[in-house]
Design a protein around this ligand. Structure first.
Ligand SMILES: O=C(O)CCC(=O)C(=O)O
Ligand SMILES: [Fe+2]
Length: 194
């Protein structure tokens, strides 16, 4: 049955991506000098969600955005540009840079929680999506966040002499703040700064 095939495919896809996300985070956390105890406690995926994005073609493409500029609020996002149509752009040194699709490759976007955990050493990436005049575009974004009872704040090991650069809040409070703020670049993260 189709629904069964779909649920099996989604189950496999989500668990493979969870493994990949944890593997990447382990490498990045170790790169920050964090030990395996912190990796196991803080960088295990507790909440995973998947968004299927469909961007229809638009004759007035230059006047609209498919997705306004934002950073993801999670730890790490894996994006699949399904039909190889360009549209995603990242902000680098103040300029919008297109991300060319590569067949079978994932885009790894760092989220706000990673930036907060690392006390600003790793930066979440600001991105947006432009639309195409002729072609539709499809992407699948898979978001990975810590457990629902995690504290979202700079990790003790990352604070050092300069002090915490972001406030600490519980995960639920963090999500409430995120969903009540406007999707506007990194303004949400700025509101978390001390
Ligand atoms: O469509 C894309 O490539 C990115 C989508 C995105 O940024 C998101 O779903 O948060
Ligand atoms: Fe995003």
């Amino acid at each position: 049955m189709l629904t069964n095939d779909l649920s099996v495919a989604l189950d496999n896809y989500s668990s493979e991506l969870k493994n990949l996300a944890e593997c990447l985070m382990e490498i990045m956390a170790k790169n920050l000098g964090l030990g395996m105890d912190v990796v196991t406690e803080k960088f295990k995926v507790g909440i995973q969600s998947i968004r299927f994005n469909y961007y229809p073609p638009c004759a007035q493409a230059h006047k609209v955005l498919g997705f306004s500029q934002h950073s993801d609020s999670d730890l790490i996002t894996l994006v699949l540009q399904v039909n190889q149509v360009q549209g995603l752009q990242i902000k680098r040194r103040g300029e919008w840079v297109p991300v060319r699709p590569h067949h079978g490759a994932f885009i790894v976007n760092l989220g706000d929680i990673f930036e907060i955990y690392s006390n600003g050493r790793y930066k979440s990436i600001e991105h947006r999506v432009v639309v195409n005049t002729e072609m539709e575009r499809l992407s699948i974004a898979t978001f990975h966040s810590p457990k629902s009872d995690a504290v979202i704040g700079p990790l003790q090991e990352m604070i050092g002499g300069s002090g915490a650069k972001y406030r600490s809040v519980d995960h639920e409070g963090f999500m409430k703040l995120f969903f009540s703020s406007k999707l506007d670049g990194k303004s949400f993260l700025d509101s978390m700064r001390c």
